[in-house]
Write a protein that binds this ligand. Sequence first.
Ligand code: ADP
Ligand code: NI
Length: 226
Amino acid sequence: MPAALSTEQIISRTADFVRDKFLGEGSGHDWEHIRRVWHTSRALAATLPAADPLVTELAALLHDVADWKFHAGDEEAGPRAARTWLLGLRVDEAIIRRVETIIREISFKGLGVPTPMSTPEGEVVQDADRLDAIGAIGVARAFAYGGHKGRPLHDPAIAPVVHDSFESYKKNTAPTLNHFYEKLLHLRERLHTPAARQLAQERHQFLETFLTQFLREWEGADLAEL
Ligand code: ADP
Ligand code: NI
């Protein structure tokens, strides 16, 4: 039997695998998103002694590997794909289980649906994923996703909805601006780690600034000042 891989080899092979799989993906789930979540997770984990670095990095790299949104709503597709990959690297069963659990728990499922994370590594990766959904990058990703789905930017006649079930959140086809009120503006309050909360301050402020300016231009309020 070949010698077991080192921690560094497991991480670098997983990064190469995910990079190859996601390069050029256009819906906001591209490799660069995963790279950012990976690096942010690493930085957050460094502030949290309880978080195991290997579990954190593997979960960050594999968290979107088979997102339910792109697999006919199959919520087990992600954990299954991660398990298959990690088994191929002969990673310990206990580590595989911890990574699977994080992938299972991480997704936002609607404002009215609690999504607690059961481990410190999960808290770190969910925080990193959510930090990438706010700030300037978050704005860009929301409109990239909306464009991918053919949604309008905004429609003042369609009010934001608090989704109380994952089923209703999944069926949502609202204009992209609604997503800010249905999810993005609430993420700051749902972060777990102090370091992520610190990073979220500026990013959340940017969302507020963006919305104010967007609505000002939409309504032509600046024209009134000519
Ligand atoms: P999470 O990683 O929290 O589970 P998702 O995978 O649902 O988030 O979302 C990935 C990216 O796509 C995020 O930037 C998110 O804000 C964006 N997104 C998801 N759903 C919508 C939507 N209905 N309209 C606009 N952007 C969306
Ligand atoms: Ni993600």
